[in-house]
Design a binder for this molecule. Sequence first.
Ligand code: NDP
Length: 307
Amino acid sequence: MENVIIIGSGPAGYTAAIYAARANLKPLMFEGLTPGGQLMITSDVENYPGFDKAITGPELMDVMRKQAERFETRFITKNVTKVDFSKRPFKIWCDEEMYEAQTVIVTTGASAKWTDVTGEKRLMGKGVSACATCDGAFFKNMDVVVVGGGDTAMEESSFLTRFAKQVYLVHRRDEFRASKIMQNRVLNNPKIKVLFDTVVDEIVGEKGVTGVKLNNLKTKEKSDLKCEGYFVAIGHKPNTDIFADFLDLNETGYIVTEPGSTRTNVEGVFAAGDVQDHVYRQAVTAAGTGCMAALEAERFLEAHGAH
Ligand code: NDP
């Protein structure tokens, strides 16, 4: 019987592990087959406090993991395939193996949706990004393309005008899905050029992005556009499928937590990081809620005389 099982290994999971381990709860973490979360596909991280020189996403995740390990967090490098949160102790399966826990902290994160065009995978981190807040500053005085038509795309293209010389916002339809106020901000910004009814067929470049091949769906006209950055802003998908039978999710699939807390609708199950946050989505906010979840799990165990 485990005191606390942590499912997921981004900044939220590692921080929860550090706090739970230092509280002597001997946490067990299922870190997944590809540990580390979304920061594993970013390049330099310049906005995580505590590092005066840039650190790469994978390096940051490596030191967080080592810190959790130092206080004797145990890791299982497997994906959780099924859970049963209907009663305590909670049950967690990795295929046939079953584990039991008094409390669970869910930190499975969210995954950026990608456009899956030729060149996207190959140039990821070399001009291709799904996070303007993380990578925008690397594109000072350069031309960048943003793909999408929702609020995220509006926000990311507006943000990128702080750095980029020109932002091209490529949207597949002739109207945006985004709220009017955010659309207007984009349409009135002289540094953003909107290309409606257009899709990107290919991202071009050898060592880094040098341009995109565009396709106008209405006129069937094909053209080349030079740019150094390609930002995908078509939304995120929270990794919550295996929890859907037990945890309350909002209409876009994020776990609902009580305001100001990481408590879910199931007593003893907590959720932290991007899996319950579609607004901030930063490593530091994920780490903050990971800390909250561990403190709340510890208090829960104490209150139930389980530790
Ligand atoms: P949305 O689902 O709202 O929008 C996704 C956009 O990407 C759509 O315009 C869609 O096009 C386009 N798209 C989807 N797939 C593809 C594809 N394969 N190729 C090209 N384009 C594609 O996601 P968002 O992330 O923008 O927003 C998610 C939620 O978060 C929303 O509720 C939003 O309001 C909220 N949000 C709020 C913010 C704020 O208030 N500050 C900031 C960011 C998000 P199409 O329209 O044709 O379907």
